[in-house]
Design a protein around this ligand. Sequence first.
Ligand SMILES: [Cu+2]
Length: 213
Amino acid sequence: MRSSALVLSAATGLVSAHFQLTYPTWRADTLADNTTFDQWSYPCAGVPYGTGNKTEWPLSGEGASVALDLHHPWSYVYINLGLGDNATNFNISLTPELLNVTGKGEFCLTNLPLPGDITDGQNATIQVVTGGQSGSALYNCADIVFRSSAQSPSSEVCTNSTGVTATVVGQTATDSSATPEPTPNSAPSGTFRLPSRATSWGVAIALILGVIM
Ligand SMILES: [Cu+2]
């Protein structure tokens, strides 16, 4: 089994593609040459809890951000949260609106909607899932500790590459509503908000509306 999987991955040459979880810091570099980790592997690419550093992450606001480097032409992006040490149940969705991200490169989401009962010092894990053309999903995880004093990532770390655009699935590109409404019964709490950092650059509207600027 193992050797055939290795042969398959070598033959398809897909190992160098996939995606990077840039922020918060992922558990391990699952794109490294000769890595034994596998992004196809649920829930965290085979990387055990605590392998990497814990990133201090805020309880709310703009700093509640995730930055990705996407290597596929397009990706469905889901971001989930699992509370506690070594969470195995990533049952809190931070992307109640399904995002379809077009383009390869850096992608930044800020102001992710967090549950209201998070406490300072609480450990958790962020799971990022991308779906693409193959119909299979890719996974990466980052371990965090919630801190009210956490700093936001810099604009260099959390940024959007030219040509990377996102649309909410089900929303047409000509829809002029600035803030999509959460789908009933799917939003855990709060509302999904436009990335405010990007808003200040005049980019977020384009992201949500799918307009290439
Ligand atoms: Cu890939």
